[in-house]
Design a protein around this ligand. Structure first.
Ligand SMILES: Nc1nc2c(ncn2[C@@H]2O[C@H](COP(=O)(O)OP(=O)(O)OP(=O)(O)O)[C@@H](O)[C@H]2O)c(=O)[nH]1
Length: 719
């Protein structure tokens, strides 16, 4: 493989991994899960954690950028890049330091994520203040939820997965830490999802209930409003026919009509030219008389159609600029021709008061053009204007019943709205504030979170406690294993309630230990036996190394090695040292005549004889050559030495040293040369040997079977 390829391929794999995760996050974030109002659950950011579990900071940032772009397209909030980008940085760095991602994300949201969201929401996002805190908190909640989701996912992924591209360290944890982490992740996901689902359900139920109430109340109120308008239209229609007979007595007739229909703020009648003939209250007559209404749309409509007419909300055209709604009807002559109009301006404040008494909710009544006819005072909406309401994203019910209303003071409030169109083309809107519902959800969330925190703490404590059933006995077992071999103590008792697997393990350990000890004992016994055998063999070897195999006398090497120590012993004790060289006479003949086995027997018996005679502590008998021996006898006086050696020569000559093949006892003779000298005579063995050898030579020369003794000690007479 090319050296370059080794480095390039993991980079490409990392890029592919991070980009794939980013793409998944991008698509998930395009479809956030709606909760209520404008709150949504985002799960696409899970990919940031998945990436951070394997790769380093640059790749995690790349994945985050892709995922957040999906969110940006949905929310159109650029600050998301900052909030989630910082989350990515925090996750990648803390993971590198060996943190669990779940804990890292919780820390991030508490210390950075939620504070930054708070600043962002209050500074830049157009959201009703009441939702603000809740949204911030919800964002943190969301963050923890997707990190718990991701952590659960990661637990299921084999540790060796993507080993080649891994940049983050493998986390090595105690069993207890693993247990607690798994418990926290699982409980977080379970409790949070339950809380969210329950919360959403509650909000939906509340909304359905409110909406049903609004709908029921709206239906009745709409009918009453229609009756009201019809009654007033009908009254003017009747008046139109009636007034056609009364002619100039219009003032009196109008006053009577007005008394019967106090819902009119004012009434007047006109002729066919638009001139006002009479008005109620009478004080308004002068003003009406001064104008001509022929150009007014309501006058024209009635004259053209001969039918009653209900105007939209308009400004009073005679008295000030107050909003009014007019009802007009044609006035007929006896012949049935339209001779003018009867017109009334509805008293809108009276209508509003009437609605206030009837309705348990707030309301907005709009005319055909959408302008406000009347509205509850608390909404702060000006009549004649168009209500500035926008429909919020339909969430739970899938209908546009949730609206945001801008009051005349510029404040925004969210409402649930029920709309009902009247026959006249007007619309009655009944609204109920949404905030109490949100507050209810908030308080439920508060309680839910508190329960969750308590549950988590209990779970952590429980996990830690439960793990003791495994870790404590394991520690005990570990101590047993650490225990020095020699001590051979029985296994420690395991704590109460230890896991069954551990008990089994200990049982097996005990069995193996006994077997091991038995085996050890056996081995030790074997080693001891072997050591003993070895020592014995060594002893034998030492003997073999120092002694002559045939006779058992020391060999020449042993003699040479020990000569000096015996000489020194003599020097220390001021003893004389006797060196004797002994040779069997005509041994060749013995061999030749009786065979080597007989010769061997002679050698053995001769040695046994000498060993018996010279067996003191420091006496040293050595076989120097074939039938040649050297005796080193320290601490002997000349007389003793002479006697002993003479006895040796005579004993050898007298005692049979072997038995021939014919069963005849065989005797041999020996010649020996002896030198008795102070130990200090010479430190060189060769000097001693040559002295003794010379004597031996003489003995042989002088006829064999004899001893030549030479004394070099001054007090002794020379032989
Ligand atoms: N059986 C037997 N014979 C041995 C052994 N070692 C040496 N000899 C024999 O000892 C004989 C020594 O002979 P020589 O050196 O000629 O001396 P000798 O016959 O004893 O004559 P003198 O020493 O002059 O009396 C030889 O024949 C050797 O083969 C042994 O271990 N066993």
């Amino acid at each position: 493989m090319m050296p370059g390829k080794m480095t390039v391929r993991p980079v490409l794999q990392r890029a592919a991994f991070a980009s794939t995760l980013g793409a998944v996050g991008f698509f998930l974030n395009l479809y956030p899960i709606p909760l209520f109002a404008n709150l949504q659950l985002i799960l696409g950011n899970m990919v940031i954690l998945l990436c951070a579990s394997r790769l380093g900071l640059p790749w995690v940032l790349w994945t985050a950028a892709l995922a957040v772009t999906g969110l940006h397209l949905t929310w159109d909030v650029s600050i998301a890049y900052l909030i989630f980008g910082l989350e990515a940085v925090c996750l990648a760095l803390l993971r590198k330091r060996g943190w669990y991602l779940l804990y890292a994300d919780i820390v991030y949201w508490i210390f950075f994520g939620m504070p930054i969201t708070a600043i962002a929401i209050f500074q830049w996002v157009d959201l009703p203040q009441e939702y603000g805190w809740f949204t911030i908190w919800k964002q943190g909640f969301n963050g923890v939820l997707y990190s718990a989701f991701a952590s659960l996912l990661l637990m299921g992924i084999p540790k060796g997965w993507l080993k080649r591209i891994r940049q983050q360290p493998v986390l090595v944890r105690t069993f207890r830490q693993k247990q607690v982490h798994a418990m926290v992740a699982l409980l977080s996901v379970t409790l949070m999802v339950m809380l969210l689902a329950h919360n959403r359900q509650l909000m939906a139920t509340q909304k359905v209930m409110h909406y049903a109430q609004l709908s029921a109340v709206g239906k009745g109120a709409a009918r009453q409003l229609e009756d009201y308008l019809e009654r007033h239209k009908g009254a003017l229609m009747l008046a139109g026919r009636w007034f056609s007979h009364s002619g100039e007595d219009a003032q009196a007739d109008l006053a009577a009509l007005h008394r019967s229909y106090p819902g009119f703020a004012s009434l007047f009648i006109t002729d066919s030219e638009g001139q006002v003939l009479g008005a109620s209250p009478p004080r308004r007559l002068a003003a009406y008389r001064s104008i001509n209404v022929s150009a007014w749309p309501d006058f024209k409509a009635v004259m053209a159609t001969s039918k009653p007419y209900l105007s939209d909300v308009i400004r009073d055209r005679v008295f000030g600029r107050a909003p009014i709604v007019t009802v007009s009807a044609p006035r007929f002559s006896e012949a049935g021709e339209v001779v003018g109009t009867v017109e009334g301006a509805l008293d809108l404040s009276a209508l509003n008061q009437q609605l206030a008494q009837q309705l348990p909710f707030e309301w907005v009544l709009q005319d055909k053009t959408g302008r406000i006819v009347v509205a509850s005072a608390s909404l702060g909406l000006a009549p004649l204007s168009r209500p500035g309401w926008s429909t919020l994203r339909p969430v739970e019910l899938g209908d546009p019943s949730l609206i945001r209303l801008e009051s005349a003071f510029g404040t925004f409030t969210d409402y649930l709205r029920h709309q009902r169109e009247l026959e006249s083309g007007w619309t009655l809107n009944l609204v109920v504030p949404y905030l109490p519902l949100v507050k209810q959800a908030e308080s439920q969330f508060g309680v839910g979170t508190a329960v969750m925190v308590v549950a988590l703490l209990l779970a952590v404590a429980l996990a830690a406690h439960q793990s003791r059933y495994l870790t404590l006995p394991l520690e005990v077992l570990a101590k047993d294993v650490e225990q020095p071999e020699a001590e051979r103590r029985p296994l420690r008792r395991l704590p109460q309630g230890s896991a069954r697997e551990i008990l089994q393990l200990q049982k097996q350990m005990a069995i193996h230990r006994s077997a091991l000890w038995a085996h050890q004992d056996e081995l030790e016994a074997q080693v001891m036996a072997r050591t003993e055998e070895l020592a014995e063999a060594n002893r034998k070897l030492a003997i073999l190394a120092s002694r002559d195999g045939l006779t058992g006398a020391y060999n020449r090497r042993y003699f040479v090695e020990n000569f000096e120590s015996i000489r020194q012993w003599c020097i220390r004790g001021d003893h004389a040292l006797l060196m004797v060289m002994l040779d069997i006479d005509h041994f060749k003949q013995v061999n030749d005549t009786y065979g080597h086995l007989v010769g061997d027997e002679c050698l053995q018996r001769l040695v046994a004889l000498m060993q018996a005679q010279f067996g003191r502590h420091n006496d040293l008998l050595s076989r120097f050559g074939g039938e040649e021996f050297v005796l080193l006898l320290p601490g002997l006086g000349e007389r003793d030495a002479r006697n002993l050696l003479a006895t040796l020569v005579s004993t050898v000559a007298e005692q049979p040293m072997a038995t021939t093949s014919t069963g005849q006892p065989l005797t041999i003779t020996v010649s020996l040369g002896a030198v008795l000298a102070p130990a200090s005579f010479s430190p060189t063995l060769a000097d001693w040997l040559s002295e003794a050898d010379r004597c031996l030579y003489r003995a042989k020369q002088e006829g064999r079977n004899r001893m030549i003794f030479k004394s070099l000690t001054p007090s002794l007479t020379r032989s």
